[in-house]
Design a protein around this ligand. Structure first.
Ligand code: TYD
Length: 144
């Protein structure tokens, strides 16, 4: 079981972000990787979405969330996730289908350098709520 979630989005830091190696069931006919609530990830899942057909050179997700935590997986291809807690920045390059990047609530994130045919799978702790987004970086810094 993972350690429990960061509770307060004001105090989360880039050092709370970790690459979680998901279990990989190897089969001759292909592999299976599983994400399980509160076992492989420190939160329960309310929503899964994925980004695909991302045009070359495009960047996504310049925002923070007040309550949502997520796991980001390069299910196919590769891309970079840039995380910022208002003090420090950290870049994670994702390029394996069985690595998940745990991003706790309260961090500014941006995704870029998508390879052709990249598939970014996001496992999220909450359902969609437009109120949970912070799109303004200055507002994010005040929040922190
Ligand atoms: P957004 O999260 O801003 O995308 P990104 O950060 O990857 O650039 O979402 C883009 C649009 O999609 C936005 O208008 C809201 C909509 N959307 C939903 O309606 N439901 C969802 O679950 C998500 C993730 C986005």
């Amino acid at each position: 079981m993972m350690n429990s979630e960061t509770n307060n989005s004001r105090f989360s830091s880039v050092y709370d972000c970790t690459i979680i190696e998901l279990d990989k069931h190897h089969h001759e006919k292909g592999n299976i990787t599983v994400v399980e609530n509160n076992i492989t990830i420190p939160f329960g899942t309310k929503r899964v979405y994925y980004l695909y057909d991302i045009p070359g050179g495009e960047s996504r997700g310049a925002h923070a969330h007040k309550e949502l935590s997520q796991l980001v997986i390069a299910a196919s291809g590769s891309f970079d996730v840039i995380l910022d807690d208002g003090k420090e920045r950290k870049i994670f390059s994702l390029n394996r289908s069985y690595y998940g990047l745990y991003v706790p609530k309260g961090l500014w994130r941006q995704m870029e350098n998508f390879s052709t045919n990249a598939l970014a799978l996001i496992v999220a702790s909450t359902t969609y709520n437009a109120e949970d987004y912070i799109y303004d970086y200055e507002e994010f810094l005040k929040h922190k």
